[in-house]
Design a protein around this ligand. Structure first.
Ligand SMILES: [Zn+2]
Length: 335
């Protein structure tokens, strides 16, 4: 835990036992709000951290969900139970999955197999009466004039919100600006299936820039050094470069994951096998390749995509399964 901005404490949720992989943020005020819970497997670490920050069971006023992927929101049901006064804030398209997670969890189980329970855990339901949907521009009041403003930010997922803190100026970007680990090389886009959409993702970066934030905090991981303008420009360029590479590989019938890895695996990624494993698990080339492929396959005739179940980052450490999925998709692709 550390104070990273005025009244903003970063909590390392230690997903998979890794340091600096997945963060939650406690935003202080008379009515404090937790942004991102992390996975269900991280709940004990998170509750310990909140306890040592002096947040008792009656104290937490809100849990702000950026999106309902299990590494971000898997802990929501447990956290809501531990803090009975907390309201859970979420995008309209994510709310029903918090209330009834059965489809989301079943879908995750198909993608992850054993890793679902070994790494993430699941997602307990939250009473619908405690869930409040936020639209773009709506705010969460923390008291003393402090507000978090929700920013509709689709692209990574249809149901993604960023949150802009009025006091510190920090913008909590979830996964919408990509993944950049302190020890893990340059920023990578996060483009998982089935929702990824390039134009929406680029538009969300512009919406973030228009807020003129003082800093940007990524779920993976933390406040990024440098200016927000630099980060958002880097995220924009990375998205375009990765999508361009994926589209070229797709057109030419090459393996998209291999093409992305060949072009974008950095020296920093390669230097340390532990860092590489962490990055591949959170936001691997296979997951991105599957997301880009689905986007390429569906964007012309079915821009909405057929599935309404939120996706899961297809697991990078589970290459066998990823390869099988990729092979199936490859066979299904019209030539
Ligand atoms: Zn995500």
């Amino acid at each position: 835990m550390r104070l990273v901005a005025d009244g903003v404490t970063e909590i390392d949720t230690m997903l998979g036992g890794w340091e600096h992989a997945t963060a939650g943020f406690l935003v202080d005020g008379p009515a404090p709000v937790l942004v991102e819970t992390g996975s269900q497997s991280s709940v004990p670490v998170l509750l310990d951290a909140l306890g040592s920050l002096g947040i008792g069971p009656e104290d937490l006023a809100g849990v702000a969900v950026t999106h309902v992927h299990l590494d971000h929101a898997g802990g929501v049901g447990d956290v809501a139970r531990a803090f009975p006064r907390a309201t859970v804030y979420v995008h309209a398209l994510g709310a029903r999955h918090l209330v009834d997670p059965s489809r989301l969890v079943a879908s995750a189980a198909r993608v992850y197999g054993d890793l679902l329970d070994d790494l993430y855990g699941r997602l307990e339901p939250t009473d619908a009466a405690r869930v409040r949907v936020l639209g773009d521009g709506e705010t969460v009041e923390l008291g003393g004039g402090r507000v978090l403003t929700a920013i509709d930010s689709p692209g990574h997922a249809k149901h993604h919100l960023g949150y802009h803190d009025s006091t510190s100026g920090v913008l909590f970007a979830g996964d919408a600006a990509g993944v950049r680990l302190p020890d893990g090389g340059p920023l990578r886009p996060a483009a998982p299936p089935p929702d990824f959409d390039l134009d929406l993702a680029l538009g969300s970066l512009s919406r973030f820039a228009a807020r003129r934030p003082a800093a940007i905090a990524l779920a993976h991981y933390g406040i990024v050094p440098g200016t927000p303008e630099e980060l958002l420009a880097e995220a924009d360029a990375a998205l375009r470069a990765w999508a361009g590479e994926a589209a070229a590989a797709y057109r030419e019938g090459r393996d998209i994951a291999a093409a992305l890895a060949e072009r974008f695996a950095s020296d920093a990624d390669a230097a340390d096998p532990a860092v590489r494993a962490k990055l591949e698990t959170l936001n691997g080339f296979h997951s991105n390749a599957a997301g880009f492929r689905r986007w390429l396959e569906t964007r012309q005739d079915a821009p909405e995509g057929p599935s309404s179940v939120p996706s899961h980052h297809e697991h990078g450490t589970d290459h066998e399964r990823s390869d099988r999925v990729a092979a199936q998709q490859e066979q299904a692709r019209p030539r």
